[in-house]
Design a protein around this ligand. Structure first.
Ligand SMILES: NC(=O)C1=CN([C@@H]2O[C@H](COP(=O)(O)OP(=O)(O)OC[C@H]3O[C@@H](n4cnc5c(N)ncnc54)[C@H](OP(=O)(O)O)[C@@H]3O)[C@@H](O)[C@H]2O)C=CC1
Ligand SMILES: CC(C)(CO)C(=O)C(=O)O
Length: 304
């Protein structure tokens, strides 16, 4: 499949480089400054002591319509989604499949409004970070992707996508229930992000305080209750896993939103936290901790 990766950042650059190294036909849609860095340095990915440099074919938005694309992987942050949708509209023609890998759920509605049935669901499980010099750092051992039809089940086009993405140096799961998979990841991420940004500390430090574990439990319960009111049953192993990971003694774990905050970077809080609070309001679910986390993140964004 002729594949366009929209954004050569922490997620797009990482998975795109692996796909290129495995011989897949991949081009990155980039903006001019990123195109210059990639042309000069290649796509540099650092995983512990190992550094790989991949030659990365790029295209800018003005040239997209020159080619037809079979698969479009959307890997921009949520704040950049509207502009990216406008940019990729000429690239999405009859038969193109659009696979977004953003966290949260809200992007799906915006993509579906524009591209309709072309849109699949997807989850990227990796911890990576784009550095100011344009290289990408791997921060943990996970590297896999789930994808599937939003309506559930299997389809011929999912099999084609699966054939393109699997066997390229990361694990893949072709999911029959990608919507629940996306919620599962969202609930864990939102719990971790709300807890660590609200209390401004790593999990182990929070757990060591008298009431830290009960705050962590309450945040997870609030997130799960919004999912339940939305008609989604988060899998019990996700709730158990969140409790184990977010109430672990001595754990240095923090969410990427917290690390972004500490570093003074913009945070993807609207789709990760505030969207849950808006849903809770609509569904009359009480989420005081998530609401406080949302306000705290909004204040941070206004102050930047
Ligand atoms: N990083 C991680 O570990 C994980 C992230 N995610 C999710 O994946 C999504 C992407 O995150 P991440 O990769 O970390 O973000 P990054 O900021 O590292 O990368 C996003 C890239 O998108 C590019 N971009 C933005 N708009 C456009 C556009 N219109 N055309 C071309 N390129 C564009 C940016 O390029 P430019 O340099 O031009 O600004 C940037 O390089 C988020 O929703 C995140 O929550 C999911 C799982 C793990
Ligand atoms: C799921 C989690 C918490 C794993 O690092 C993450 O993706 C993030 O912090 O952004």
């Amino acid at each position: 499949m002729r594949t366009l990766v929209v954004g050569a950042g922490a997620v797009g650059g990482f998975f795109g480089a692996l796909l290129l190294d495995a011989g897949r036909d991949v081009t990155f849609l980039v903006r001019p400054a990123r195109a210059e860095v990639l042309a000069a340095d290649g796509l540099v990915v650092r995983d512990g002591e190992t550094t790989t440099v991949t030659r990365a074919p790029t295209v800018t938005a003005d040239r997209l319509a020159d080619t037809s694309w079979d698969l479009v992987l959307v890997t921009v942050k949520e704040q950049a989604l509207d502009a990216a949708i406008a940019d990729i509209t000429p690239a999405v023609t009859a038969g193109t499949v659009v696979l977004p890998l953003l966290n949260g759920m809200r992007h799906l509605y915006r993509l579906r409004d524009t591209f309709g049935e072309a849109v699949l669901g997807g989850v990227a499980v990796v911890a990576s970070q784009l550095r100011p010099d344009g290289s990408i750092d791997l921060l943990g051992p996970d590297r896999f992707m789930r994808y599937g039809e939003l309506a559930g089940g299997r389809s011929a086009r999912i099999d084609t996508v699966d054939a393109t993405l699997s066997g390229a140096g990361f694990d893949t799961v072709c999911s029959a229930d990608i919507v629940t998979d996306m919620w599962d990841k969202w609930i864990f991420l939102a719990s971790a992000a709300a807890l660590t940004t609200l209390l401004q500390a790593a999990v182990g430090d929070i757990t060591a305080t008298e009431h830290g574990p009960s705050v962590a439990r309450a945040v997870i319960d609030e997130c799960a209750s919004v999912a339940a009111a939305s008609g989604v049953t988060v899998r019990p192993r996700v709730i158990d896993g969140a409790r184990a990971r977010l109430i672990a003694e001595g754990s240095p774990f923090t969410a990427s939103l917290y690390r972004d905050m500490v570093a003074g970077r913009d945070v993807e809080s609207d789709s990760v936290i505030t969207d849950l609070v808006r849903r809770a309001d609509r569904l009359a679910v009480s989420v005081p901790l998530l609401t406080a986390a949302s306000v705290n993140l909004s204040l941070y964004r206004h102050r930047r």
